[in-house]
Design a protein around this ligand. Structure first.
Ligand code: HEC
Ligand SMILES: [Cu+2]
Length: 272
């Protein structure tokens, strides 16, 4: 291009100035608007959950208490039953109240699009309305210790009738992991597998000693296992450090659950 050409172009543009500019702005605005519309549609299609604002839980949200602990999640429903997985009815506003028994954890279901920390001594909340039936994963996104990577739980969004059925089953202790005092279920729900190998449970983590052959050091086996769970620092397994295994199980598990766990581990001993 030569200079005179540019000059005449500019002259023409100035003469038609306002109209041209208006048209251009109009086109840009139109494009932006349709882009935003496309994005909004895309986001609502991809996201399984409509987020309500924290202060907009509706009149009667479903309230579920979430307890985080190294390295497991526990959910308590309005009828007081608990479970190691989160089951939610589709289309209903849910207010999750988050607690931690030890360190800071962070509740994150990628499809829910929003995180909330679980902080010891503080109650935090998360309000969501799941809009799509399906199975999702809850992960802890706060590096909370050695078993952090295993601190996961399943989230299921189901029809309202299936949710009611789940609550009934959970209340009767049938098929609800942490509610039933079933040692295997307690082992999974309490996150023991995040640190221990135990063949009957199919876990192979090596942060703590393998539980396949527990050496009770001459004590009665059940008593030794019980002590190891409720007071982990009382006797340290040779070659392992104290203050690694959470010392909160006597608070977070019921007596029945601990008994079931002791039974489960003791039954699983190779030599006994
Ligand atoms: C963060 C990791 C971690 C978690 C989670 C954990 N433990 Fe441990 N556990 C350890 C470590 C480390 C030791 C060895 C040190 C000690 O004895 O305290 C241990 C020791 C034990 C022992 C004694 C084993 C022996 O041979 O003396 C038992 C039994 C046990 N754990 C059971 C459990 C059960 C049951 C759970 C779940 C309720 C659990 N642990 C959760 C890390 C963990
Ligand atoms: Cu965590």
């Amino acid at each position: 291009m030569t200079a005179p050409d540019t000059g005449s172009c500019r002259l023409a543009a100035v003469r038609r100035g306002s109209i041209v500019r208006l048209t251009i702005y109009g086109v840009i605005a139109g494009t932006l608007a349709s882009l935003v519309a496309v994005l909004v549609t895309a986001i609502s299609v991809v996201s399984a959950v409509v987020l309500a604002k924290n202060d907009d839980a509706g009149k009667n949200p479903l309230r579920i208490a979430v307890t985080a602990q190294q390295f497991a999640w526990k959910f308590e429903y309005p009828n007081k039953t608990t479970s190691g997985s989160l089951v939610l009815p589709v289309g209903r506003a849910v207010k999750l109240t988050l607690h931690s028994l030890d360190v800071i954890h962070s509740f994150w279901v990628p499809e829910f699009g929003q995180k909330s920390d679980a902080v010891p001594g503080i109650e935090t909340t998360l309000v969501i309305t799941p809009t799509r039936i399906g199975s999702y994963s809850l992960v802890c996104t706060e590096l909370c210790g050695l078993g952090h990577a295993t601190m996961r739980a399943q989230v299921q969004v189901v029809e309202a009738t299936d949710y009611q059925a789940f609550l009934k089953r959970a209340a009767s202790g049938d098929g609800a992991p942490a509610a039933a005092d079933d040692g295997a279920a307690v082992y999974t729900a309490a996150g023991c597998g995040g640190c221990h190998a135990f063949e009957p449970a199919g876990t192979d983590s090596a942060v703590g000693p393998s539980l396949d052959e527990i050496d009770s050091g001459g004590k009665p086996l059940d008593a030794y296992i019980l002590e190891s769970i409720v007071d982990p620092n009382a006797v340290l397994a040779p070659g392992y450090q104290g203050d690694v295994m959470p010392n909160t199980y006597d608070k977070s598990l019921t007596e029945g659950q601990i008994d079931a766990l002791v039974q489960y581990l003791s039954d699983g001993q190779g030599g006994n």
